[in-house]
Design a protein around this ligand. Structure first.
Ligand code: FMI
Length: 361
């Protein structure tokens, strides 16, 4: 008789996380039945930590051979006690703090780095086994935050810290993604529909370092990377357009300079500049290559690749000429990025938040 569990289920204060063994349960078949209680959760964590270091998912008995082959299922936890108003309150807190602390980074403010945090905490997703992504909020562990790709993001995490403490019922994954949605919208970007339900997973679920892309690459690499996130060319180009926000910093990435003039406004300027500036590939003071323009703007190699590849170029031209089209594609791609790998039960609520301006705050 097999001793392998079909699945283990944990419902905690914030969450439901469900792990299913593929060999037994089939592709991603999920059955939600009775929940275990919190002391069972402790048992599971302890057991896993002692016996099972694989990063594929939890196993009730720490059966690593099964866990390694299993797909990971991340089910959004619906908290019936929380409604849109609860999340709008958190949105407003973040938005007000962005306004108040506007001197950050030479008056760019915290908006861009919050968008980068939302993206980096989601960009670890791997479609091949459904691991990584925003669901587990694993950026909160040093194991993930110390990935060199995440240099500088501690400022965004520190910014959100008091908000996490005040609203201690929200999961880290929900907070990181809500922060990014808020930052895009408050920078006059498109409305990004957002759904709650991410669950804090233990440190053992932290994806390995090195899953985020490297900027020193061309179009084939970019296409290949975004395929791992289930993104097509149009989605990849739209997402890169977020480089209208913020800037690069030597101390974080070894690159220097902004992509354009309006670093805290969400616009299609990235695409306009990509097409219209006179770019020159130069070695910067950190020894890295970047494209520089006479106006003092910069492009990473991965940005510039979008005008070197004919398929990407067509989309860049479209977005440069039609901001509404960019906004539409960005909104759907960004939501998809932030939700990659999460199963939302039927009837799961989706929220569209009001900006502070719309609320006359
Ligand atoms: Fe970007 N980014 N980005 N970025 N990003 C930034 C800053 C930055 C890369 C590299 C890169 C996306 C994709 C990718 C976003 C948003 C998004 C920096 C400078 C680098 C080197 C960091 C620093 O502080 O020096 C790539 C090439 C590799 C990871 C890449 O694929 C995507 C998809 C998004 C969101 C949709 C933002 C807003 C910033 C500005 C951060 C700031 O602090 O100003």
């Amino acid at each position: 008789m097999s001793t392998l569990p079909l699945f283990s289920k944990i419902i905690s204060r914030r969450s439901l996380y469900l792990f299913s063994a593929a060999t037994l349960a089939g592709a991603a078949t999920v059955a939600a039945t009775a929940a275990t209680v919190d002391n069972r959760k402790q048992y599971n964590y302890g057991n896993r930590n002692q016996n099972n270091n694989n990063k594929s998912g939890w196993s009730l008995f720490g059966a690593s051979s099964v866990a390694a082959a299993a797909p990971i299922v991340h089910i959004a936890a619906l908290n019936k006690d929380r409604k849109i108003d609860d999340y709008q309150r958190i949105y407003n807190k973040i938005a007000e703090k962005i306004r108040e602390e506007d001197e950050y980074d030479g008056y760019i403010g915290y908006g861009p780095i919050l968008v980068r945090l939302g993206w980096h905490s989601s960009g670890t997703y791997d479609k091949t086994n459904n691991s990584g992504g925003s669901y587990g909020g694993t950026y909160r562990f040093k194991l993930e935050s110390s990935d060199p790709s995440n240099n500088g993001l501690q400022n965004a995490a520190k910014f959100l810290d008091p908000i996490y403490k005040e609203f201690n019922w929200i999961s880290h994954g929900d907070l990181y993604t809500l922060g990014a949605v808020c930052a895009v919208q408050e920078a006059q970007g498109p409305k990004i529909p957002w759904r709650p339900g991410r669950v804090d997973l233990p440190e053992t679920e932290t994806p390995a370092n090195g899953r985020l892309p490297d900027a020193n690459n061309g179009a084939d690499y970019v296409r290949n990377f975004y395929a791992r996130l289930r993104m097509n060319d149009r989605e990849a180009v739209a997402l890169t357009g977020a480089h209208c926000l913020g800037r690069t910093h030597y101390k974080n990435s070894g690159f220097d300079g902004p992509w354009g003039a309006a670093s805290n406004s969400f616009t299609n300027e990235f695409f306009v500049n990509l097409l219209n500036e006179q770019w020159k590939l130069e070695k910067n003071k950190s020894g890295n290559y970047q494209y520089d323009s006479p106006k003092g703007y910069m492009m990473l190699k991965t940005d510039y690749a979008l005008i070197q590849d004919p398929s990407y170029l067509k989309i860049v031209k479209e977005f440069a000429n039609d901001e509404a089209s960019f906004f539409k594609e960005f909104a759907s791609s960004f939501q998809k990025l932030l939700e990659n790998g999460i199963d939302y039960p039927k009837g799961a609520p989706q929220y569209i938040f009001k900006t502070l301006d719309e609320q006359d705050i």
